[in-house]
Every structure is written in C-alpha cells, then in structure tokens.
Design a protein around this ligand. Sequence first.
Ligand code: TYM
Length: 331
Amino acid sequence: MEGKTVYSAIQPSGNLTIGNYVGSIRNWLNMQSEYDCYFAMANMHAITVRQEPSELRRRTLELAALYIACGVDPEKCTLYVQSQVPQHAELAWVLNTLTYVGEMERMTQFKDKSRKHADNINMGLMDYPVLMAADILLYQADLVPVGQDQTQHVEITRDIAVRFNNRFGDTFTVPQALILKQGAKICSLQEPEKKMSKSDENPNASVYLTDDRDAILRKFKRAVTDSDSEIRLAPEKPGISNLLTIYASFTGKTAGEAEKDFAGKGYGEFKLAVGEAVADKLAPVQQEQARLLKDKAYLGGVLAAGAERAYKTARKTLSKVYRKIGFYQGE
Ligand code: TYM
C-alpha cells in the first residue's frame, strides 16, 4: 500500500452529525501517516441545494477547524477548500461529456434530493456525482474512505475513469471506496431503519457534533428501542443495534465487546452509557474547534497552503487530460 493516495471530502452544509464523524473523519485519522491524503471542504457540492452565503462561508471554516480538532493533521495531509482549486470544475466539464444523463437520473441520492427539493431540481444537483468524480480523479486517488451512502458515487467514478482510460489511453487511477464494516451507516435515533442525516427535520433524530452534553444525553435517552429488553445486535432490533454500533465506534470497541459490556443490563442504563461515551469524546473536540476558530490567521494559513498543494497536483492531471483529449494548450 506504500505510496497510495487517499481522497475524501465533506460538504459544509447543515450541521454535521455523529454519522459524518463515524462514517468518514474517524477513518481518515489512521491513514494520514501512511498515505498521501487529500481532505476537502466540498463547498461546490453544497450549493446544489440553496445555501445562505454568509452561513456557507462560516460553515466552511468551521468544517476546517473540525477536521483539525478531530485529529486531521495539516502537516501530514492536504486540507483545502474545493472552490479554491479551479480544476475541479474544469475536469467536471470534460467528464460530463463521458457521462450519460440516464446514469445520473438513476442515482439514489439524486432521486432522494429531487423529492426533498422539488422546487429546485437544478442541473448541479444532477451533475453532483460527476463533480465528485472530478474531485477524486484529479488527485489520482486509490482509496476513498466514505460512508455507505456514497458507494454509488464512487462506483460511477470508477466507471467514468475506466471509460476515459479506454477511450484516450491510461490517464486515471481507478479508485476504490473504503467502507468500514462498523459504522458505515449510523442510523436515525428516531427511525433506526433510516440513515442519520444532517438535514433531518426532527432534531431528536440526529446527534450533531456541536451538541452539548445535556442535549446528547437527552437525545439518547429518547432514542427508539423496542419492546423486549435484550441488548444485542440483530436485524430485527435496528434501534438497539444502532446504539451498540455508536457505542462501539466511540469507545474503540468491537460491537461484540459492546454487547458483552451490557449483558443483563436494562435499556435505561445502556442508553445513558452510549450518551456518555459520545459526550466524552466530543467535548474535547468541540473545545479545540472553538479555540481554532478564534485563530483565523492560523486557519487561513493552513487552507492557503492546502489549496496551493492541491492546485499543483490538480494542474498536472488536468494538463494531461487536456493533452489526451486534444485541447490546444499553447505551443
Ligand atoms: P456528505 O457531506 O453528505 O457526508 C460526508 C461523509 O459522511 C458520511 N456519512 C455517514 N456515514 C455513516 N453514517 C451516516 N449516517 C452518515 N451520513 C453521512 C458520508 O458517506 C460521507 O463519507 N458527496 C460527498 C462529499 C464529497 C466527497 C467527494 C466524498 C464530495 N466530493 C469526493 C468523497 C470523495 C457528500 O455529500 O458527503
């Protein structure tokens, strides 16, 4: 695995949930010493649904501070804002010409978001996976650590890469999604068959990374369980299984070990322990994020350096692409 490149990103839209942390950021941390990692704030993806400009700007910085507070080390990896590297949009345009409308219409997330934002089914919303393919392919990424909901987008990225390579000769590394068995889909605390989402209207369904201890404990106390009282992982017990997965992810235990911790205990004690594990882990992250946000000069420096590094790699790939497809680039 020496010399591999890792790429991932999160949209600075809405309030991040513990699902985003468990499904993505947490898995980035042990990769940064070993691989060449790029982690972005995907603000160009965020505008595919309406955003308040001042909020988008604020959330972008908050997300950068969050990455660092969680342990992403800007000395070891390239941390940058997507819109600061113009090649993302440029490559997306080229890749658009190799992507079929029918493929985009079939994307599950596009269908979900079209239902949710029926008054704003814009071209960007449909084109979103092509921009994501451009993100990943620009850096010749081998691995893309994401949650389960992004699998389809990484699959289409692979298809587009193979299509380009077949037509124009070997150009792109064909990436692989890296989806962990545990925590790839953290579910809603209120409807545990559904993914926990930043945009859920029920505030008790999601635990946000900005929630304080009281809110976290309260939400877990109210989490939907089931009528029997056994604490075990089972498909017919989605609420309990979800809480066990959250507990395991926040304590570094396996789900089996988590089950053992609660053998013979009641739901009340169990839910309190899950809430405490989450609150204990998030408190220092929140403190560090707040501290970083006060140091705008430091954050600005990190993001400028990250954008410069990302730009260098992106420019190299785009120039190769332009050469392959026959774009005039000067004599
Ligand atoms: P986004 O911003 O919706 O989510 C960021 C990451 O969090 C994961 N995730 C979850 N994991 C487990 N359980 C959940 N409930 C949960 N909810 C979200 C997502 O799978 C994702 O890994 N299109 C991407 C951002 C993106 C990107 C990229 C990712 C843009 N370009 C290139 C990888 C590579 C998105 O909207 O993620």
